[in-house]
Structures are given as C-alpha cells and as structure tokens.
Design a protein around this ligand. Structure first.
Ligand code: HEM
Length: 485
C-alpha cells in the first residue's frame, strides 16, 4: 500500500461484515447499480478487510484507465486461474509480452482481412435456420452457442465441428466450468482436494483439447499446403497465427523475458507451438460465448418489440430481396459482407442490444501504483470496477434507458456521446481484438436468421440474468419459431 489515504469516495459501509459480499454473490448487477445510483461517479466499498474496491461511473475516468494510464494497472491475480487453461494468450498475458503478442496478432483481425470469413458465417447460419421447424420451440441460447462455436472452430482451425460438435461442446463447457471454479475465491482451495471429481474431468477435457490443437499445429508444420490444392496454404486463423511475425523483433519473446521456456518464440519473431496453442485457446474461449450471448439477447429483444422487428424485417427484405435465386430457400439472397454497409438498421439493433445486455457486463483492474481519480487517491493493490451494464443504463447518457430503441443510434447521437459511456468491447491496448469479427458475425447472423424466422418467447420462459464472466440468460431462452416465408 502506498501513502496513507485520508479521504475515501462515498459508498456503502455495513456494520454487519459479509452483508455486502452476500448481496454481491446474490445479485452483482443490482448491487452495483444501486451503489452507483446512490453514490455517483466514483464509489468506494470494502469486500472483506483487505479488499478495497473503487467503482468508476464516469466515462472520462474509464477512458483514462483504459487508454491513457493503462500501464498503471494489471488485470490482476485472478488471472492466474485462467492461465491454467489459456496459458499466456492475449487475455491472460500482461505488460511488454502482451504488447508484443498484440502487435503480432492485431493485423490478422484487421477488418479487411477478416472479410473472408463472412461466407463461412452465413454458411453456418443457413444450416441452422434450415433445421428448425415451423411452430417448434427451441432454446435459442443453446442454438446460438453451437452456431458461434461452429464458426469459431472453422475460422480458427478450419475444423468442422458438426460431426464432433457434441465432443467439442462438452470440452468447452467442462473447461469453462473449471476456469469459473478457479475464479471462485475458494476455488483454488477446492481444486487441491483430489477426490472432488470436477477438476479431474476438466483437466482431462483440457488435455483432449490440447492434443487436438497441437495435432493440428504439427500437421500444418509438416504439410503447410492443403491437400489436393495447387500449392494453396490454409486461410484459417491458425495458419495466420503460425505465419505472423513481430514487425520490430524487439519485444520479449516469452512472458518471462527471454527465459527460454516452453513459450519462447523463435528468433525470426514467429510464435512457438506453445504460443500458438495459447492464442488459439484464447480466441476459442473469447470468440464465441460473447457473440452467442449478444445474438440471444437480440432475438429476445426483437420478440418483445414487434415494431422494431418489423422495421428490421423491412430493411432485410429491401436489401436482400425476397427471391432466393439460385441459392434456393426462397427467402431472399444470402447476405454477404458487401451488404453489411446497407444493413444499417440491423447494425443499430445489435448495438442497442449490446447496450441493454452487454455480453461482457463488467471489467476489473488492479492498481499497480497509487492513482489519482478526481480528488481521490486510489491506493496500490486496490481493485477498480468499470461496469458496462451500469454505464449503459445510465439516464445521464440514455433517455429512457430501459427502452429498446435502436433508432437512438443516429450519427449525431454517436458523436455527442462520451466515448466510454458505451464500451461493450472495452478499449485501448486491451480492448477486444475480435471486435470487427464480432460486428460482422453478429450482423450477418441476425440478417440470415431474421430473413426466415420470427421468434416468440415460450409461455413459461422466465428471463433472469446470469452475470457470470459473460451475461447469459439464467434459464436459457426458449422460443417458439414462426416461419416468415
Ligand atoms: C459481441 C462479442 C464480443 C464482445 C462483447 C467482446 C468483449 C470484449 C471485451 C470487453 C474485452 C476486454 C476485456 C478487458 O479489457 O478486460 C475483450 C477482449 C478480447 N476479446 Fe472480445 N468480445 C467479443 C467477441 C470477440 C471475438 C469474436 C473474438 C475473437 C475472434 C474476441 C477476442 C478477444 C481477445 C483475444 C481479447 C483480449 C484482448 C487483449 O487483452 O489484448 N472477442 N473482448
């Protein structure tokens, strides 16, 4: 801890220890919303004797933390847990090593370079929309998870999960549960007790996924060209990661600065197998559940707002027509990346949906050295919370914040909005590298599915938020499917 703090920002203080922690565990979103409404731009509270927490509700403060002063913060000790699964990938690495990896990988996610994945996204969406039956009830949350998992597997590994979907899905669920458990404050203690079955199962799942990825890397090293092709390389993200090179060859090639461990990169600035594996796992985990939740909430909001839904259908029909052409299906032509600039209302629908239900609903940082915010000094070792959910519902920035109103997103509104009053993808050097990929995927999937289907919430479906690492609907999202055409 740095210098002695004499002045704390306002915030709740409870005589009963544990009351606030219980509220957090029960309903973190409600707890943070209530605190922010009551105490304003910067709030302070304690979660246990040594855990000092500062909640930032002012977009300018958030901008300073994420953009200008990012070196003053770490993602923090809880990352150790995620490292068990993700190694030193972009989400978990820190400091100069992270900057180097980011420099190598960033060009791969340039909007122009990811365009080529548009077709595989709509191919997958068409398969899904083709299997549903008129009048049946499906869990759209489950369907979107499988759809986005299929897309990320194909984009990263050129791997068709269709035949192995169940297997890969199981691996990912178990592995995710494992990492969630590790993030539990007592998770690392539970993990030490060998008779508890979950870690064992999860370790095995992790190993299975590892052998799949390492097997594919080794195949690529042996056979860099696709079989039966005219010397054509693979165009998936795995190959791009294997080929990518540090443009200035100066950064630390391993997280332990030149220690030469398993993750040491080769001297030509390319990544080692271990580094490629870590980034692949990271993109896998980061790149499907988020988008899946964004889509699930979007279809939920459309089912509750028939006027918005009608406007969306009108745009899709006018941009894509109603004649399927040679693609068949008779619902209009398949959307392509070239149509995206014309699907402006569709984009607004997605934007507004991620305002109301941000898939990453909160972000945290640990303070490395005492940090000044307004009139307060935040001491070293404290936690900072920046909560997308709370900010996106703030009436200071959004009229009728609870209303689903895609029309609010005019060019003028966007210009006058403070930058970090809307930040579903975070920002700065640690902002989402997959953002262009996610916008393209989201827009194309909404258009492809809404071309053919309208959804209505199943009568007994209760909507409850499950704010885990991502914001999911607690009981899934059962929808009755109604064919439009
Ligand atoms: C709607 C979809 C998505 C949302 C809302 C989202 C949100 C975010 C947010 C908020 C962060 C920053 C976390 C922090 O700073 O603590 C992040 C980081 C990241 N995201 Fe996404 N994401 C989405 C889709 C994707 C996709 C499709 C990919 C990959 C294909 C991806 C890959 C990553 C990676 C690798 C990072 C870590 C970046 C770094 O620290 O350098 N995300 N994402």
């Amino acid at each position: 801890m740095g210098k002695e703090i004499t002045k704390y920002p306002p915030g709740p203080s409870y005589k009963m220890p544990g009351k606030l922690i219980r509220q957090f565990l029960n309903d973190p979103i409600k707890t943070l919303s209530t605190i922010s409404q009551k105490y304003g731009d910067i709030c302070y509270f304690k979660l246990g004797p040594k855990h000092h927490v500062y909640l930032l509700n002012n977009p300018d403060y958030i901008e300073k933390v994420l953009i200008y002063d990012h070196r003053n913060f770490k993602k923090g000790p809880r990352l150790q847990a995620a490292k068990a699964l993700l190694g030193e990938g972009l989400i978990t690495s820190e400091g100069d090593y992270h900057n180097r990896q980011r420099r190598i990988i960033q060009p791969i996610f340039h909007p122009k370079r990811i365009m080529e994945y548009g077709k595989l996204m709509t191919d997958h969406a068409i398969r899904f929309r083709g299997k549903w039956k008129n009048g049946e009830t499906i869990d759209i949350a489950q369907e979107m998870m499988e759809l986005t998992l299929g897309i990320i597997c194909k984009s990263v590994l050129n791997y068709d999960v269709e035949s192995e979907a169940e297997l890969v899905g199981k691996w990912l669920t178990t592995t995710r549960n494992y990492s969630k458990r590790l993030q539990n404050p007592i998770g690392h203690v539970l993990d030490k007790i060998p008779i508890l079955p979950a870690p064992k199962k999860a370790h095995k799942a992790g190993q299975d996924l590892d052998s799949l990825v390492y097997g594919l890397i080794s195949d690529r090293r042996k056979h860099p060209h696709q079989q039966g092709s005219d010397n054509q390389g693979y165009d998936d993200l795995l190959s791009k990661l294997m080929e990518a090179q540090d443009p200035n060859l100066t950064g630390p090639a391993s997280p332990n600065s030149g220690a030469g461990g398993a993750s040491q990169a080769s001297s030509n600035g390319k990544m080692s197998d271990k580094q490629v594996r870590d980034e692949v796992m990271t993109i896998f985990i980061a790149g499907h559940e988020t988008t899946s939740n964004a889509l699930t909430w979007t279809f939920y909001l459309l089912s509750q707002n028939p006027d918005v839904e009608k406007k969306l259908h009108d745009e899709i029909d006018s941009v894509l027509g109603t004649d399927g052409g040679k693609e068949g299906d008779d619902v209009g032509k398949v959307p392509t990346t070239e149509d995206i600039p014309k699907l402006q209302y569709t984009e607004k629908v997605l934007r507004e949906s991620m305002r109301l239900y941000p898939p990453v609903w909160t972000m945290g940082r640990y303070v490395e050295t005492d940090y000044q915010v307004g009139e307060y000094t935040i001491p070293t070792g404290s936690s900072i919370i920046m909560c997308q959910y709370v900010m996106h519902h703030n009436p200071r920035y959004y009229d009728e914040p609870e209303r689903f109103n895609p029309d609010r997103w005019t060019a003028e509104f966007k210009t006058q909005l403070p930058r970090f009053s809307y930040f579903p993808f975070g920002g700065g050097i640690r902002g989402c590298i997959g953002e262009p990929f996610a916008w393209m995927e989201g827009t194309l999937i909404i258009a492809t599915i809404a071309q053919k289907w309208t959804m209505r919430l199943a009568p007994n479906q209760r909507i409850k938020l499950d704010p885990a690492i991502t914001l999911r609907p607690k009981n899934g999202m059962k929808m009755k499917m109604i064919q439009r055409k």
